[in-house]
Design a protein around this ligand. Sequence first.
Ligand code: COA
Length: 414
Amino acid sequence: MTHEIRVPEPDDFDAFMRPVWRGFADPGPEPDTTEDDRRLWERERSLGVVDGDEWVGGTGAFTMDVTLPGGAVVPAAGVTMIGVAATHRRRGVLTALMARQLDDIAAGGEPIAMLTASESVIYGRFGFGVSTRGVERTVATGHARLRDDAPTAPGRCRQVTLDEARGLLPDAYDRLRATARAGSVRRWDAWWATYLYADWPSRRDGASALFVLVHEDERGEVDGWAAYRIRPSWPDRVPAGSLVVSDIEAVDDAVRLDLYRIVLAHDLVGEVTMLHVPLDDVLVWSVADPRRLRTGNTSDWLWLRLLDVPAALADRRWGGAGGVVVEVVDRFRPASGGTFAIESDADGRGAVTATSAPPDVVLGPEELGALALGGVSASALARAGRVDERRTGALATADALFRVDRDPFCATMF
Ligand SMILES: CC(C)(COP(=O)(O)OP(=O)(O)OC[C@H]1O[C@@H](n2cnc3c(N)ncnc32)[C@H](O)[C@@H]1OP(=O)(O)O)[C@@H](O)C(=O)NCCC(=O)NCCS
């Protein structure tokens, strides 16, 4: 079946968005949903499929970027607002939109497309791979003491109003990106307004409005924060509320631990949940009673799709000296595939170039997306049958090249 793909006009916003809203269980839609999406919408980057006079599927893109291992930031399209009408599902609408969208993104010069996925079975076929993951951690406040040797940072913590936070956090986030983990992505005005500050009562699920706790360095500059809600509860008149941290950022682990010290010791709260933190978060090795730190769902988060392999990885810092030739077999978008030589010096500075040399390892774009930020090793993927070693020892070299010191992590939903 062929599909007519169109870029929506400004007046098409509601009709274009309807399959997305309905796909996410919001048939109305609610006024707050409409307001959020209108603020975020980059119309010219949106594509929809039209059947007669009905928009039956759509996809959008945000103009973003992503931090590579070593701190370089590379432009990346944040693929978003994807939905197909229930009446038109599984007829190839998304497949047609993806093919066109990836072409458009590549033609516009962004070497990477990325997304956060509603389900983990959808995007591998289009060449997206899981580049960052995160985990939920919960601890009872009565067992949440940090070890005495856990570092503290100079400066102080201060609770601020949401209005103050609006003025402080965006600049602080941009400053913090200099030391951020690989996988950190751009947050822009509409993102902040929508994802952190909108704070719609309908989205609180019975919890409080948003609290923001900031940490300031000795000069008074914000160098970390935690955003959280509290859900009070008084069974038998005993205080047993829960506190849920939805966003925590810090310039270093000492600041992060100072923020944890406050939220983990909150009065009238029985339990604290960090919704999404790195697997190797400093908290794991800083709590005095580690068995009490319960591990919830471990989830895929940022999916990367490399469209121009040399440009995407040009500024990546590699794990050490070495070279490997990688063939990327890209069935969905052959123009993004090919054979590439990765060469690095001992400082991790290197180059990625197209080559006609025989490959040392062969993989698909999904696997390259997973490897790109160092969130998994080539050997681990090979053990799962997803990377093919063609020269003995090549997997070990690839492991050393892609290795990173800290797990990649993305804290941003989009
Ligand atoms: C996800 C969604 C956009 C897929 O659209 P679609 O037009 O039905 O997808 P396609 O017909 O192009 O499917 C292509 C392939 O992916 C598979 N696929 C797509 N969505 C899938 C899903 N949710 N679960 C399992 N398989 C899925 C199809 O079975 C098909 O496989 P095949 O090529 O082997 O036949 C649609 O189901 C939807 O709107 N879901 C609700 C909203 C949502 O989750 N959006 C994604 C936001 S990140």
